[in-house]
Write a protein that binds this ligand. Structure first.
Ligand code: FE
Length: 338
């Protein structure tokens, strides 16, 4: 007889959870589209009962959409890659202040701002053709502007956030005058006009069209993990350098996110960001795109990243990358880095 009330209680509790699960939602505007992110979201729903409605799109389109939706926006979270784009969301006044002791404890201070946080890092590395340049000649970002690399350097556009953030770090460390000198040196060394993405630069290096290029680390790791014969050939031709190991450390960028000012589900939003900083989520989040977790104690098991090895990363606050975005574009324009 004692079993019956217990059974009823259990059933009611079950119903309660179901009703709650239907009520609790999170509207996630995401510019990440990686296969492994599916598991990341499913695990959050399983542990929190909060259903995720995902709106995916290109970074700039999502920002535009949130801006246009204004105070009626259903968006709770904006997730994207590159400090430049997160800075843009900040500048547009789209984010709410971010307060969480969990995030403060787990994520290093230089990878957070007042309204957004980073959840993974990627490095901007130097890729060179082993039969055309010596690794010793391309140890720093400054080396890329050395006249002895005339006609040998390839890059994507100077307007791309990855290059703008790198330039922002140079401005931050060296000042504007030196940064402009550097940009002019890079332009003088172009093997061709900037075009394509980072992978196109790696391919051009392997093909010998250029001797040296810069690329985000995950594009290199992706090629290293590929089983396609053409990719294996590319990887055989190239060497990878962690720039600035003796000085500032290699420039890193981030993928990250923040809670939107008009978020209708702020509690769910903070829970989600805290979840992204958990051990399991950190592994999924970073490894899905061959990146590194921001939580120092989390280890990833990624053959390409292991092979690339350890390096010392620039500790410049991500806020500085944000701060100098506009300046970076002005300097690249002035130097003719299109
Ligand atoms: Fe990318």
């Amino acid at each position: 007889m004692k079993l019956i009330p217990a059974l009823i209680a259990a059933t009611l509790a079950g119903l309660g959870n179901t009703a709650l699960a239907q009520d609790k939602v999170l509207n996630l505007y995401s510019a990440r589209h990686y296969q492994t992110d599916e598991a990341l979201y499913a695990n959050f729903t399983k542990s929190s009962g909060i259903k995720i409605n995902r709106i995916e799109g290109k970074e700039d389109e999502l920002l535009e959409r949130i801006k246009n939706e204004g105070s009626n926006s259903p968006a709770d979270i904006f997730l994207t890659v590159d400090a430049a784009r997160l800075a843009k969301a900040h500048e547009l006044g789209l984010f709410a202040p971010l307060k969480s002791t969990t995030l403060e404890k787990r994520i290093p201070a230089h990878l957070r701002t007042d309204d957004w946080a980073s959840f993974s890092t990627r490095a901007r590395v130097i890729v060179y053709n082993k039969s055309k340049v010596q690794a010793a000649d391309v140890q720093t970002y400054a080396d890329l502007a050395d006249p002895k690399l005339k006609g040998k350097f390839c890059s994507r556009s100077g307007s791309h956030p990855y290059n703008l953030s790198l330039m922002a770090s140079v401005i931050s460390h060296e000042g504007e005058a030196k940064a402009e000198q550097w940009a002019r040196g890079l332009v003088a060394n172009f093997a061709r006009s900037p075009k394509g993405g980072d992978t196109d630069q790696i391919k051009a290096v392997a093909a010998g069209e250029c001797a040296v290029a810069i690329s985000n680390s995950y594009y290199v790791a992706r090629l290293m993990r590929s089983t396609k014969p053409e990719d294996i050939k590319i990887v055989e031709q190239i060497g990878v350098v962690w720039p600035n190991q003796a000085t500032t450390g290699t420039h890193i960028n981030v993928s990250g996110g923040g809670i939107l000012k008009n978020a209708p589900n702020k509690d769910a939003a903070i829970k989600f960001l805290e979840y992204l900083a958990s051990d399991d989520a950190q592994r999924y989040f970073a490894d899905g795109n061959n990146e590194w977790p921001v939580v120092a104690s989390v280890k990833v098991d990624n053959p390409a990243l292991s092979k690339l090895g350890k390096f010392s990363a620039d500790k410049l606050p991500v806020n500085n990358l944000a701060m100098y975005q506009a300046k970076a574009q002005i300097i690249f324009d002035r130097a003719g880095f299109k």
